[in-house]
Each structure stands twice: as structure tokens, then as C-alpha cells.
Design a protein around this ligand. Sequence first.
Ligand SMILES: Cc1cc2nc3c(=O)[nH]c(=O)nc-3n(C[C@H](O)[C@H](O)[C@H](O)COP(=O)(O)OP(=O)(O)OC[C@H]3O[C@@H](n4cnc5c(N)ncnc54)[C@H](O)[C@@H]3O)c2cc1C
Length: 592
Amino acid sequence: MSSSLPVRRFDAIVVGAGGSGMRAALELARANLKVAVLTKVFPTRSHTVAAQGGIAAPLANSTEDNWHWHMYDTVKGSDYLGDQDAIEYMCRRANEVVIELEHMGMPFDRLENGKIYQRPFGGHTQDYGSAKMAMRACAVADRTGHAMLHTLYQQNVRANTQFFVEWMALDLIRDPQDGAVIGVTALEMETGEVALFQGKATLFATGGAGRIYAASTNAFVNTGDGLGMAARAGIPLQDMEFYQFHPTGVYGAGVLITEGVRGEGGYLLNKDGERFMERYAPNAKDLASRDVVSRAMTTEIKEGRGCGPEADHVMLKLDHLGPEVINQRLPGIREIAIKFANADPIREPIPVVPTVHYQMGGIPANYMGQVVVPEAASQEAIVQAFYAAGECSCVSVHGANRLGTNSLLDLLVFGKSSGEQMIKDIRALPRPQRNLPKGAGDASRARLARLDSASAGERVAEVGADLRKAMQAHCGVFRFPDELVKGVEKIKEIAARAQRTHIQDKSKVFNTARIEALELDNLVESAMSTVVSAQARKESRGAQARADFPERDDANWLKHTLWYKEGNRLAYKPVHLKPLTVETFEPKVRTY
Ligand SMILES: Cc1cc2nc3c(=O)[nH]c(=O)nc-3n(C[C@H](O)[C@H](O)[C@H](O)COP(=O)(O)OP(=O)(O)OC[C@H]3O[C@@H](n4cnc5c(N)ncnc54)[C@H](O)[C@@H]3O)c2cc1C
């Protein structure tokens, strides 16, 4: 295939316009670099817009607080799988990036004295895990992500970032000589045109893959495209077994009810009207970390104490907060409950179930956003000119379980630090742009050609639905050995079926069938890495709860998983237990 794709050249290519992509782009554009941001949806429709509860920073506006306590909570929340150097880095830069956001115009809620309002959130405590909660989550009512994404978008427009809206990146292009990343191929949805975007530095900020599950709080665009592209280009995916189930998705609909509801004083009830979290987490109760609450809810339901005719959900009570608090602090939640659960929380509780929410794993990166792969000689080698930030990356600050409000923080901290690193690396380059390797873009064109020529085959929607069902059934809140084995087999079958799909509509203009077919490839890589990694990890840690290995096993499993697409194989690498400047937080039994 001749390589005649049109080429567009920039200093930096950013794939994804969520919080992390836009924070990085802002840093780059302000340094007068030519930045292209590619995004499948209009920037302010990225999933970050849906974030409700808040962004963590130990500002100490309402309770005593400092970055050491925040760091301890994050390490403990990660079930000790988080890299402690990266966690220290994030917690130490939290106040800086949040105040910066305030100065960009973020309309934070305020205290009487004019300082930023802060609410408690699960797992965030004072004094290294004492029973006193820290008020650490800065919020804009229950629409924090919405305010943040709009603030960042406006700043980018001002800084002349160039947006390519409704352009879908298809594949990563690497130099076969040294593996350096040169850019991506991308498809313009409006015209069907495919182009090659070349950059001196390329950042993936493509968000999570929550859509590999049937019940998910994630947007439809969260199909793990960055993961698929990286995996197909030979880069391993790290810790993919760890998916966070958020305790409170609306029963039947999956829409998220923020943990901020429990932060404001709401709590969970079983069918007997019992506040059951008091039994599972006597100190933190309903504000224990998410994996703990999700397992407690699932256990209540399994043991027959669920609510409703099917006894398959529990209730979230908040009417006791009063209409004033609900209308002022949680107006979006009231709207969601009325629309999706037909329950007005001012008068009645909301039916909820644990729902897939966040992917802790992703493309392995260090805290400067550089993508790293294991190498025999040095432990980790940097993939030249390739960076990852936000939910598609695994830095790893969230380890086996993320604390609420730490993701919006990670977007800002690592969006900024990867931008800073990219500027440094671009300025240090000996020559302007590399020559394009022969055959650049062929892989994408072959994928498109297959879809264009296939005249028969399976429907994309059916294969996708089977994938989501399989993941839900075989790789859920509790993981059973035989189910996992079956899950691996099913996803393998589904991966083969995905190679035989067929789309009826072959038109070029806004062909959403073609987009969904291309997304399916990425869902397959994401699901495969998840179920294979989960099946292999023979312990329970954070979000991975194995029925056959109920305990954490630090002797054998205090290590990161790496999944390679080639050969569907696994490797492992050590956790960074040493922080940058402070003492290691040694692994302890995790109770709340
Ligand atoms: C409902 C909900 C509520 C949440 N609430 C909170 C909260 O209160 N606090 C908190 O800390 N965290 C919260 N989270 C988690 C947090 O919001 C996300 O982890 C975070 O917003 C992800 O941001 P991101 O920048 O990584 O990517 P996203 O915001 O998901 O954006 C991904 C971007 O990549 C683009 N993209 C993807 N694939 C391609 C492709 N192939 N080509 C081109 N572009 C592509 C998309 O168009 C989009 O612009 C919440 C998550 C959800 C789902």
C-alpha cells in the first residue's frame, strides 16, 4: 500500500480534550508551540464534564490538613499498589494546580470568608487515617467537572490551541528504527478523510474504557481508544485488572450519584432500614473507600437484604439533609434522581447499585507523563516522544483503588507536568521533524479497507453487546476463578468475531457505523487486557476481590501487571515504594 495520506505537522499532538488533554495543551500553547488537539466529541462534551463531586487539594480551608495526610490516604486507598514517588509528587502539587485553576476563573463554591468551599469524601482523613474526616474536596455544587472543563477550554481558545473536533485517532505511528513515536493517523468524521498527524511529541489523553462493561457511569465515547492504539503499537498496558465500581449508580440506569451525597451526610440503607455500613467500616462508615462500600453493598444484596421486589439494590437516604442543602449543594443529583429513578430525594431515598466507574490501569507512564516500558538493562526505558496523562495512563497514583476527587486532581497535575516535559523535550531536539517511515498509516488503511470491502459478517452492535455482557458476568465486583477462566475464553471468541464484522453503510460522511466498528477494536484490547490480568492475579487487593484468594498477598503480588497484546502475555514490574523525599508508607492491613 503506498503511503499517500495527507500529512499535517505540529510541534505537539494531543489526542483527547478532557481535563488532562486540555491542561497539557494549555501549557504547550502558552509556550508558543503549535499544538493540535484531536477529539471525537466537542471538547466540553468529554467525560470530564460529568464529574460531580469535587477535586482534592489539602487547602485546609475548613479542617486542618496537609499534603502528608493526603499522601498517606492515597497510598492506603491504593491498597499499597500506588507508586509512592508519583503520589508524593501529585499531593505536593495539588494546592498549586487548584489555585491556578481558581485564577483561570473556575467558579468554585465559597465559604463565608471567601475561601474555596471543601467537603469530605470517602477515604480522605486527618492525621494519617484517624476517624476524623478531612474536608479536602473543592467543589462547584455537584457539577465540578463541568466548570473545570469549560474553564480549561476557554483558556485554550485564548492561547490559540488548534482543535480538531470530531477527528478520531486510529493508530499510533512509531519509528521502526528506535521505537520513537511520530504521531497518529486520524479520521475526520464529517468527511471520512484520513490524515497523518505528525508531531515532535505526542500525548495520549483519551480517557477510560468504562464502556467495556454493560452497567457503567461512563460516557459512550469512553471506549479505551488510547489503550487499543498503544497495545497495537507494542506498548504494554499496566494494572488493567483494577476497575473501580462506584457504590452509587442509579438502579437500572447506571447514572452516577456522586459520593458528595454521602460527603454531605447521606447514607445507605438495606431492606430492614439498617445503616449497614456501620458493620463493615465502624469508623468511616458510608465514607469508607469505594471498593469497601461496593463490596459491602454486594454482600448485603447477596445475603438477601437488598431492597425492591427482586431484592437487588439498596437505598441512598438524604431527605434528612433538608431541601436547602439538597437544592444548593446537590441540585444535579436531585434532577438525576427524579429523571432516572422517579424519586425526589427531598422526600424519598434513591435506589442504587455498584456500577463500573473508573479504570485504575492504563498506559504505563512516570510522573512527568513519559511513557515507560520495561527494559532488561535499566528497569524502565522511556518511549521517545510519547506521553500519556489522565485516565488512559497508569502513573500509578491510584494503584488498586482510586479515592474520589483524586482523578480530577491527577488530570491537572499530570496534564501540566507532561506539558512541561514535552516543552523541554521538543526544545532539546537536534532536528526539526523526523522522516516518516515507509508504510506509515498502512495499518489504519488496512483496517478501513477491511470494513469497506466486507460484504457479509456480524453486526458490530451485537459483538459489542456480547463483550459488555461477558465482562459484567465474568469480571465484576467479586471475581470467581471458574468465571474468570470462562471470561478469558469468551473474550477470545469475541476478539475473533470482531475481526469478522461487517457494516452495511459504506458512505464517508458522518458514518457512525464505521466509527463504532473502529471503536470495537479498542474495546476488545481493553477487555482482553482486563480479564487476562484479573485471571492471573491470585490475591484480593483494592478493586480486585477474588473469591478464592480473599486476602492481600504482599509477598507474591505487591507488583504491577503488564499485559502485551502480542502473544496475549503478561509480565510484572516492581511497585515504586520509595517516595521522593519522605519515608515509605509500609503496607499495613487496610481498615476504615
Ligand atoms: C460520571 C462521572 C463522575 C465523576 N466524578 C468525579 C469527581 O467528582 N472527581 C474526580 O476526581 N473524578 C471523577 N470522575 C473521574 C474523572 O472525571 C475522569 O477520570 C476524568 O474526567 C477523565 O479525564 P481524561 O482527561 O482522562 O479524559 P476524558 O474527560 O474522558 O476525555 C477523553 C477525551 O479523549 C477523546 N478521545 C478518546 N478517544 C479518542 C480518539 N480515538 N481520537 C480522538 N479523541 C479521542 C475524547 O473525545 C475526549 O475528548 C468521574 C467520572 C465519571 C464517569
